[in-house]
Design a protein around this ligand. Structure first.
Ligand SMILES: [Zn+2]
Length: 139
């Protein structure tokens, strides 16, 4: 059975509430990529600090008393957990880039409006626009 109504709209995209231009998508991609590079540099920096702490611990631990050793171990643990949280953020940004390619990134989960580029650059894992986020927090 033919459905005349369908032929009229066939091939046409459903009317979206809001659209994002290709230029805007590019802007988000650039912002996310910059963020990822920043985080990677931060991660490398942290890793070299860990290596340094490790080396210090091995080379001049002979004269250390227990308190020194404890401090160094704590410092190293803090650096490692920092490195892990940076790595986590890198993963978030990379997932965001993948979702951006699929067209499913940067839209508010609540109202469906596009989340501003600046907000996405600052919080790549943001899933709500500022207005909805504020409503959420007020509850
Ligand atoms: Zn919203």
């Amino acid at each position: 059975m033919a459905k005349p109504a369908d032929t009229r709209t066939a091939g046409r995209k459903p009317a979206a509430k809001a659209t994002r231009s290709a230029a805007e998508t590019e802007k988000i991609r650039a912002a996310l990529a910059a963020r990822r590079d920043e985080l990677r540099a931060e991660y490398d920096q942290t890793l070299s600090e860990i290596t340094e702490l490790q080396r210090d611990r091995l080379t001049d631990s002979a004269g250390d008393d227990q308190a020194d050793t404890g401090t160094k171990t704590l410092e190293r643990e803090q650096e490692i957990s920092l490195a892990n949280s940076i790595l986590e953020r890198i993963t978030q940004v990379e997932r965001a880039l993948e979702r951006l390619d699929e067209g499913g990134y940067g839209w508010c989960e609540r109202c469906g409006n596009p989340i501003p580029v600046e907000r996405l650059a600052a919080f790549p894992s943001a899933t709500l626009c500022v207005t909805c986020k504020q409503l959420e927090e007020r509850r």
